[in-house]
Ligand binder design. Structure first.
Ligand code: ATP
Ligand code: MG
Length: 557
């Protein structure tokens, strides 16, 4: 039985066939296998949505398994962040979290089994010799001089490796497959190496660690995974995956490869993201400019918007680059439908209503959402002294100007129509205050005879709360920061305007009641969210109002 409310893909076709033939007894058990060497990024979200999504579709389950065979690059901080991000995306793994390191004993025994079957040997070529013997894409490799060691000798040497008698790099265990194979992965790949390092899960119990290719397929087999879904770069590793499981006679999950997510204007490689953090190009892994899941969350992306994005890009077998505009479209769509509106003036300029009584205060009740009554209303105070955005006034207006100008009328959103009668300037000639009059008959109605062209946002100066607003933009100003350039790296394409901090913004007081992480549309300014970490009134711009992707999509129809 499968849930076909969402469109299928080539992987669901494979599973449907398996279910028809009864290959796995109708069972679907997938896994998401991150290496805890960094925070998860938007590419991982695609893999998470796919693996957990398949489990949901077939009423199966998905394991969260840490592929922790490189202890020196891994940490508990990364493990915790990965758990948090998977849960936040809305998925629940089967039973306890798994670690490849849970299987170190079993993996070691499998290696011993290979030795006993004459299918593995201890090799003591150094790294340089190893490269030389491996051959190239055009030339076959050469057999290692250690290849024909006896089973007994290999057993003794492997036990010595385990007992710590070798330094790092002095000996490795290799599978004995075929040094002439056109597939370099099959040229006697290393399956165990010596590493005298502390492991975050197993402590100092081991000084030999299994390699990824050996670990991964066997972890899948041990857990009874049915479909082992991974990205295309592992296609050339599949023969080794299959060889290992066949040779050892274990359960045999099917490896299926799909195209990884590539997103323009960003990088999705943990190594590069780590460099951005380590070299302080961004504040942290969860800096709102990072394409990490935690960064996107702090930027104001909702889990639903990321899941929708992943549904939309689909799952295929051919590599392509997805437009960042599509991700931005997904969050705009969500916030447009679901986020409350609020008024925040980013570059405040004073407005004094000369005909409004000093000390008088009115409370306007305004809708939180223009299209959704259920979103309710909020109270917005009004008084003689206001702030509007400096950009909404022009002494010499350009053509088709709909905002404030001398002697021009505009409507204050949710309030009165006002007309500017005098401009106050400082000694430098900068406009510092606008003296205006308000028309008391215009609250919510346009009086007969005139209709102001523009509507602007505002806050009452006495009631406004100070806010810091972080205007985020894309982190890279090049479409393909990751591409191979002769003289440049991705770091050369960092957008120097990716963050503009506005300290003196004036926000309507209702925002004092906002929750950390809550998203808003700041009227006429864009979509923002209250920062998840900072205590005070700090808001991050999620996206602007302009939706380039919606236009592209409309054109395509
Ligand atoms: P990175 O290159 O960022 O280090 P990785 O593949 O080394 O990524 P893993 O922790 O090994 O990171 O990845 C866990 C899972 O996520 C793997 O199954 C991997 O194929 C998948 N994955 C990683 N990057 C992407 C991506 N851009 N699109 C789809 N899936 C991805
Ligand atoms: Mg990896």
């Amino acid at each position: 039985m499968s849930d076909t409310s969402k469109p299928g893909n080539f992987i669901t076709q494979i599973i449907d066939k398996d279910n028809e033939s009864g290959k796995h007894g109708g069972k679907v058990l997938t896994r998401f296998p991150p290496e805890p060497n960094g925070y998860l990024h938007i590419g991982h979200a695609k893999s998470i949505c796919l693996n957990f999504g398949l489990a949901q579709r077939y009423q199966g389950q998905c394991n969260l398994r840490f592929d922790d065979t490189n202890p020196e690059k891994e940490s508990v901080e990364y493990i915790e962040s990965i758990k948090r991000d998977v849960e936040w995306l809305g998925f629940q793994w089967k039973e306890d979290i798994k670690f490849a390191s849970d299987y170190f004993e079993q993996l070691f025994n499998f290696a011993v089994q290979l030795i006993q079957e004459g299918k593995a040997y201890v090799c003591q070529l150094n790294a340089e010799q190893m490269r030389e013997y491996r051959g190239t894409l055009k030339e076959p490799g050469k057999n290692s001089p250690y290849r024909d060691r006896s089973v007994e000798e290999n057993m003794a040497l492997f036990m010595d490796m385990k007992a710590g008698k070798y330094k790092d790099g002095e000996a490795v265990l290799r599978a004995k497959i075929d040094m002439a194979s056109p597939n370099i992965n099959m040229r006697d790949p290393i399956i165990y190496r010596v590493r005298h390092v502390h492991h975050h899960q197993t402590g100092d119990a081991w000084c030999v660690y299994p390699m990824y290719d050996f670990t991964h397929c066997l972890s899948d087999a041990i857990e009874g995974i049915t479909h082992s879904v991974c990205t295309l770069e592992f296609q050339d590793h599949r023969p080794l995956y299959d060889w290992t499981l066949e040779t050892l006679g274990t359960a045999h999950p099917q490896q299926i490869e799909f195209a990884r997510l590539n997103l323009n204007y960003t990088v999705t490689s943990k190594r590069k993201l780590k460099q951005l953090v380590d070299d302080k190009h961004v504040g942290s892994w969860d800096d709102p400019r990072m394409p990490t899941i935690s960064g996107l969350r702090r930027r104001g992306y909702t889990a639903a918007s990321i899941r929708n994005f992943c549904d939309r890009i689909g799952v295929t077998k051919s590599d392509s680059v997805v437009d960042m505009g599509m991700l931005e479209h997904a969050i705009r769509e969500d916030l447009d439908a679901n986020a409350n509106r609020a008024m925040v003036v980013l570059n405040p300029i004073k407005v004094t209503l000369t005909n409004y009584p000093e000390g008088k205060e009115e409370i306007f009740t305004v809708n939180n959402h223009p299209k959704n009554e259920e979103a309710g209303t909020r109270e917005v105070p009004f008084s003689k002294h206001l702030f509007v955005d400096a950009a909404d006034f022009a002494e010499v207006p350009p053509r088709k100007w709909k905002r404030m100008t001398l002697d021009g009328a505009v409507r204050l959103r949710g309030g009165y129509v006002i007309t500017c009668s005098e401009v106050v300037k400082n000694d430098n000639g900068d406009v510092v205050e606008l003296l205006c009059t308000y028309d008391e008959n215009t609250l919510g109605v346009n009086p007969e005879g005139y209709k102001p062209k523009g509507v602007i946002h505002w806050v009452s100066a006495e009631h406004a709360v100070d806010a810091q607003v972080n205007l985020y933009d894309r982190l890279f100003d090049n479409e393909a920061p990751d591409a191979n350039y002769e003289d440049k790296t991705f770091l050369d394409f960092i957008n120097s305007d990716s963050l503009t901090v506005i300290q003196g913004a004036k926000a309507e007081p209702s925002l004092l009641n906002s929750a950390k992480g809550q998203g808003f549309q700041f009227e006429r300014e864009g979509y923002f969210c209250r920062d998840l970490k900072e205590e005070g009134m700090v808001f991050n711009r999620t996206v602007t109002l302009r939706d380039s992707w919606a236009k592209i999509e409309a054109k395509g129809k």
